[in-house]
Design a protein around this ligand. Sequence first.
Ligand code: HEM
Length: 146
Amino acid sequence: MTEAQQPLFDRVDGVAFFERVVDAFYEGVMTDPVLAPLYEVEDLDGARHRLTLFLVQYWGGPSTYNDERGHPRLRMRHSPYRISTLERDRWLVHMNAAVDAEQHAGRLEAADHAAMRAYFVTAADHMINSGGLAMRGDGTSSHLEP
Ligand code: HEM
């Protein structure tokens, strides 16, 4: 296998890298007036665990997420939460800060840092399920209104 084919997971310090990213992310989320109310405070460890396993799997590590949770179906799993561009933007602020910190600490290569940031933009856009759609004359939107 050439270096270009190696997954990102193999270039960072494994699961520990994703645990640090997710810890930093949730630290930000829990101080965020827009996002914090969406999360169950009693199950933050569970939320950290699920996001960590998902990211580990996505970036080429063990597929424990699938073993525990099945196919990610992330858009469906986010349907209970109202996610507009506001929530997306706040989510990205905290995730970007988390991955930026890893790069500044010398634990994430520039190209991998750029790949993660680009992925999160696309993934977060995909989770939007409310607002931002053209309104019809009768005030309803074309689809996806909660
Ligand atoms: C766009 C704004 C987003 C908001 C407001 C949001 C919010 C949430 C909330 C409230 C949960 C429930 C926490 C839990 O108990 O697990 C959750 C779960 C989760 N989110 Fe997000 N999320 C967003 C974007 C994303 C993105 C972009 C990803 C992936 C790159 C992601 C991955 C996950 C995963 C893997 C879970 C756990 C799913 C499960 O197995 O149940 N989220 N999210």
